[in-house]
Design a protein around this ligand. Structure first.
Ligand SMILES: Nc1ncnc2c1ncn2[C@@H]1O[C@H](COP(=O)(O)OP(=O)(O)OP(=O)(O)O)[C@@H](O)[C@H]1O
Ligand SMILES: [Mg+2]
Length: 223
């Protein structure tokens, strides 16, 4: 579903110094996969996720989504595609403190430019119910637990029915038990909703629950 071809990500640090965060990445995300990305701090995991998730463009190389080459899309086309295709989940949850749980979940539907083919409020209620957070719909993020906040973040990632979920250390701020529940939830979405799920993690126990482990070191995928 997503293919990276000879992808480089370079940062100009100084006038003469270029730092290569990703080197010649050739990588395919297959529809329906449930995989982990592992590697030391600074190895390029988040950079890779940002490129796969269309948040960032490579400095060299090509990215295809299905058969569309993303460098050929303009910024509007790219953000529309991203909003419909990818849901992001982060270590720090990234919820908006001034919005309630329900309002946070509905946010991507407000950014959507097209008319939606579903009733956002109804769908938000269904997801909250499924995740056991429906009793927190009107609460603010600082009034609910970390595990609940991450469920809200996943609900927000799901509201537009994306094909792909990218989770960058989703359990990093959770205790082991809560973290395991979040991974089980992501696994359930993969198995029962046919979502493609990529998880960045430092934890071997979490990586072992996935079907494929991708290792990255110094900006290169290890084979
Ligand atoms: N905007 C930037 N400018 C310069 N260097 C950057 C920038 N963003 C990232 N880097 C560098 O690119 C490398 C990869 O960063 P990245 O965030 O992808 O690492 P990571 O594997 O996600 O690490 P962590 O496990 O700590 O989250 C790091 O060495 C980082 O310092
Ligand atoms: Mg990172």
């Amino acid at each position: 579903m997503i293919k990276l071809q000879n992808v480089y990500k370079e940062y100009q640090l100084d006038r003469e110094v270029i730092f290569t965060a990703l080197k010649n990445i050739n990588f395919t995300v297959n529809q329906g996969e449930f995989s982990a990305i592992m590697g030391p701090s600074g190895s390029g995991k988040s950079t890779l996720m940002h490129i796969i998730g269309l948040l960032d463009k490579p400095t060299k190389g090509k990215v295809f989504i299905n058969t569309k080459e993303i460098l050929k899309l303009n910024d509007d086309e790219l953000s529309t595609l991203r909003n419909e295709f990818v849901g992001f989940v982060f270590q720090q949850f990234n919820l908006i403190p001034k919005l309630t749980v329900e309002e946070n979940i509905l946010l991507p539907t407000i950014y959507a430019r097209k008319n939606l083919s579903f009733d956002p409020a109804k769908k938000a209620r269904e997801i909250m119910k499924k995740f056991g957070i429906d009793n927190k719909a009107n609460s603010y993020p600082n009034k609910i637990s970390g595990g609940q906040q991450q469920r809200v973040a996943i609900a927000r990632a799901l509201i537009m029915s994306p094909k792909l979920i990218l989770a960058d250390e989703p359990t990093g701020n959770l205790d082991t038990k809560t973290g395991d529940q979040i991974i089980d939830l992501l696994e359930d979405l993969n198995q029962n909703e046919k979502l493609t799920v990529l998880i960045v993690t430092h934890e071997t126990n979490i990586a072992k629950k996935t079907k494929r482990i991708i290792k990255i070191k110094d900006g290169e995928i290890q084979t």
